[in-house]
Design a protein around this ligand. Structure first.
Ligand SMILES: [Zn+2]
Length: 355
C-alpha cells in the first residue's frame, strides 16, 4: 500500500532536513557552508521545492503539512546561521596558536572514589542477589500504618513517642526503619517472596561518635509455605559466611521485636581478635569488638502471625522470616572507625582512602 501524498511529503521533508543538518555540521569553512545553503535553502533548493509541493496535498491536510515543512525549513535556516557564526569566529581567530602543543598531556581531573557506606551496601546487595532475593524499595516519608500499626506496634507503644520520631505533618513521619518496606512488599505482592530492601532511615538521636540522625539499613524478608526458624538460621549463616569469611562463628541470642516472634540477634565471633579469651568488656582490648569477643550484626526473627494477618496473608498457610542490619555499623567495624560521623562528613581526606 502506498502512502498518502501528505505522509509522503512529510517523510521526504524529514529526510531532506536530516541531510541538510548533517551537511551543515560537516561544513568546515564558509565556502562549503555557502554551497550547502544553496543546495538546501537557496531559491532552487530542496526545501523550497518541498514548500511548493504543499499545494499538491489534499486541502484538509495542507495546514498541518505546511506547518511541519515550515518548521523543518526554519530549523535548517537556524542551523545554517549558527554554523556560520562559528566558522566566522574561527576565521577571525586566525591560525591556531603556535604555542599550543597537542602532544602534551591534558589536565588531570580529580578522581572520585566509592563511599565506604556504598561499598558495604553493594557487598550486601551482591550477597542477597546471589541468594535469589529481589531488591525492593519504599518511600522515606511514611505513614503510621507502614511504620507502626502494620508492624504490630500499637498506639501507645513507647516507640511511637514524638520524641523518638521525626514527624512531618498529617501524621506522616520519616521512616525509622526499613521494615516499612516489608509491609509495602506484602501489600502489593502475593507470596512466595524473597526480597531485600536497602535504604536510609531517620531517628532524632543526638549526633555523637555512635549515633547519626540519618543512617542506612538493609531489610530482608522471606515468606513461603513451611518456612521455619531452621531456614532463617541457614540463610543468615550463609550471609555471615559470605560477609565475614567461611570460618565465621555465629550465635543467635534471644531478643524481642514487636514484628517478629520468635526474635533473635545475630552475633559473629570477632573477626579481628577471634574472641580469644578476651575478658568481657575490657575497654580498648580489640578495636573491632572492644574486648567483647563477639560483634552484633543484625536483628532477625520469624514474621509475627499478626503482621501476616494485617497484610492479608493467611498465617495458617504462610510463614516467613525477616532481618535488618545497620550498614554504618558494618563499615565502622570493617575499617576500625571510632566515630560514625566520619562516614557523614564527606571529608575527602578521609574518603580518598577508599579506592
Ligand atoms: Zn575483637
Amino acid at each position: 500500500m502506498s502512502e498518502s501524498p501528505s505522509a509522503e511529503l512529510l517523510t521526504e521533508a524529514a529526510t531532506v532536513a536530516a541531510q541538510a543538518l548533517a551537511a551543515i555540521a560537516a561544513a568546515g569553512e564558509l565556502e562549503s557552508l555557502a554551497a550547502v545553503r544553496a543546495r538546501y535553502a537557496g531559491k532552487n533548493g530542496a526545501l523550497k521545492g518541498l514548500l511548493k509541493a504543499i499545494s499538491g496535498v489534499p486541502k484538509e491536510d495542507r495546514p498541518s503539512v505546511g506547518a511541519e515543512v515550515n518548521r523543518l525549513a526554519a530549523h535548517v535556516e537556524a542551523a545554517l546561521e549558527a554554523r556560520k557564526a562559528i566558522l566566522e569566529s574561527a576565521d577571525a581567530e586566525g591560525p591556531t596558536d603556535p604555542a599550543f602543543d597537542p602532544t602534551l598531556p591534558g589536565t588531570r581531573l580529580p578522581e572520585g572514589s566509592v563511599h565506604p557506606v556504598s561499598i558495604v551496601m553493594d557487598e550486601i546487595r551482591a550477597i542477597f542477589t546471589r541468594m535469589g532475593f529481589d531488591e525492593a524499595s519504599g518511600p522515606e516519608v511514611e505513614d503510621a500504618w507502614h511504620n507502626f500499626d502494620a508492624l504490630n506496634i500499637p498506639a501507645g507503644h513507647p516507640a511511637r513517642e514524638p520524641t523518638d520520631q521525626f514527624f512531618v505533618e498529617n501524621g506522616l513521619l520519616l521512616r525509622s526503619q526499613t521494615s516499612t518496606v516489608q509491609i509495602r512488599v506484602m501489600e502489593s505482592r502475593k507470596p512466595p517472596l524473597r526480597v531485600f530492601a536497602p535504604g536510609r532511615v531517620y531517628r532524632p538521636d543526638t549526633v555523637d561518635a555512635r549515633h547519626l540522625y540519618a543512617f542506612h539499613q538493609v531489610e530482608g524478608l522471606v515468606v513461603d509455605e513451611g518456612i521455619s526458624f531452621a531456614d532463617l538460621k541457614s540463610c543468615i549463616n550463609s550471609f555471615a559466611r559470605s560477609m565475614y569469611g567461611i570460618d565465621v562463628v555465629t550465635r543467635f541470642r534471644p531478643h524481642n521485636f514487636p514484628f517478629t516472634e520468635v526474635s533473635a540477634e545475630l552475633d559473629v565471633r570477632c573477626p579481628s581478635c577471634g574472641g580469644d579469651d578476651a575478658p568481657r568488656g575490657t575497654p580498648g582490648r580489640c578495636a573491632t569488638c572492644g574486648g567483647e569477643g563477639w560483634i552484633e550484626v543484625l536483628g532477625c526473627g520469624m514474621v509475627h502471625p499478626r503482621v501476616l494477618e494485617l497484610v492479608g496473608y493467611d498465617p495458617e498457610r504462610w510463614t516467613g522470616f525477616a532481618f535488618g542490619l545497620g550498614v554504618e555499623r558494618v563499615a565502622m567495624r570493617r575499617w576500625h572507625l571510632d566515630d560514625v560521623r566520619m562516614l557523614e562528613d564527606n571529608d575527602v581526606r578521609f574518603l580518598r582512602q577508599f579506592r
